[in-house]
Every structure is written in C-alpha cells, then in structure tokens.
Ligand binder design. Structure first.
Ligand code: 5RP
Length: 226
C-alpha cells in the first residue's frame, strides 16, 4: 500500500469517527481503514469521555476496539444499532459495494442491515464506475466442492480463499470463502439474488441499497457523499 493511500485511510477514518455521538450504539466494521476509525473512537472515549457501545463485525474488530476501552456487545445483545461505520473493497457509481476482502462479509451484512444508518469509509482507490473486483462468497463447507463446480459451470471463475498454509480460510462463523472473478458486475442486485438462491451459499459480498453516507479520503482531503 502506498503511503498516500495510508494517509487517505487515516484522514477518512478520523473524519468518519466524528459522526459518532455520545450514547450511540455503533456497528464497527473490519479492515485497515476501520482500524483508523477504531483508533479515533478510542481517543474520543479516553479524551472526550464519549460513552458508546460497539457491535463488532469480526472477532478482530471486537478485540481491537475492546483494547481501546470501547465496550463491545453482540448484535443480539442490543436493542438497535444507531450507526454502522464500515470499509469497502469497491464502491460503484450507483453506491453498490463489494465487501469481504477481509473475510468478514457475513457479520458485516448482518450488522449493516440491523443499523439505522450506514457510513462507508474508503480511500479514493475504491471508487469505480462499475464493480469489477473479485467477489467474495461465504459458503457452508459441506458440499462446497459441488458448489465450486457449479460456480465454474456458471462462468463465475471461482477460486478458493486459502490461508498461508494452503488450507481454506475459515470465517468467524467457521464457513469457507470462494472468490468469484467476474470481469464487470453490470447488475449487482440481480447477481446478488442469483447467488443467495444457490444452496450452500450463506451470503455474498455485494451490498446494495444499504449506505447513507460515503466518506472518501483523497490526496486533496476528505469528500463526503450523502
Ligand atoms: C472486510 C471488508 C473490508 O471493509 C474491506 O476489505 C476493506 O478493507 P480495507 O479497509 O483494509 O481496505 O469488507 O471483510
């Protein structure tokens, strides 16, 4: 990652954290951009006496936020989530996104869809006219070879998500991930419906009709699209 991209993540993450208000239940996303949000929220908790409750989208986020003094609760332990701040792998002009590069897409989607408001925070490299990056799909391990063959037959060019030892990555829900390599996703809603209807698919990384505000870091500063 270039230092310019690092800087963009820092300024965007800090700006996004400003939207959190005292007393909120906050869904906290996953990834390197959200690490900046967590740092900024930790500082606000320590320095401004900000009182919030966090709901994590991954075990890693739960650990990192708790270390900074943010009380973390499971999604089923809160009445509602006021605001969720999360990253994205790509955001298209119609404000659809691909998520799941960090293997957290299932919890991210559950938290997002149980949140009153959603903010995505990204560096400028994530903005694209149309989604065209690998698409993560979380699947049940049982029967996963069969599903892989079906993805291949359907022309989705699947690859397994493997760890450094060559074993399938396990998500926080102990599922596998397959990445689909589709050159351009012309209609994210239709593709999302097709994937979710396939037996063995738990969830896919296409997020449509969910975001309220996008915070983008660039070399010129932070842009907010509402
Ligand atoms: C994790 C995600 C992340 O939000 C996405 O991968 C962006 O990560 P980063 O901020 O590190 O680029 O969807 O599942």
């Amino acid at each position: 990652m270039s230092s310019s991209q690092d800087l963009q993540k820092i300024i965007a993450g800090r700006r996004a954290a400003d939207f959190v208000q005292d007393g909120m239940v906050v869904g906290i996303g996953s990834g390197s951009t959200i690490a900046q949000v967590i740092t900024a929220l930790g500082e606000r908790v320590a320095n401004e006496n900000l009182k919030i409750v966090g709901v994590p989208t991954s075990e890693k986020t739960r650990r990192n936020a708790a270390k900074l003094g943010i009380p973390m609760y499971n999604v089923d332990d809160v009445d509602k989530i006021d605001l969720t701040i999360d990253g994205a792998d790509q955001i298209s002009d119609d404000f659809s996104a691909i998520k799941g590069g960090g293997a957290a897409l299932l919890w991210e989607k559950i938290v997002a869809f149980n949140s009153r408001e959603n903010i995505w925070v990204v560096d400028s490299s994530k903005r694209v006219p149309k989604l065209n990056q690998y698409l993560p799909v979380e699947i049940i391990p049982y029967g996963s070879d069969q599903l892989f063959k079906r993805f291949t037959a359907d022309g989705f060019h699947p690859t397994w998500r493997l760890d450094q030892n060559g074993n399938p990555v396990r998500t926080d829900s102990a599922n596998y991930l397959i990445d689909l390599h589709i050159p351009v996703i012309e209609n994210p809603r239709d593709l999302g419906q097709e994937l979710i209807n396939m037996v063995g698919v738990v969830e896919h990384g296409l997020f449509t009709d969910v975001v309220n505000r996008v915070v983008i870091g660039s070399d010129d500063g932070v842009e907010i699209i509402e």
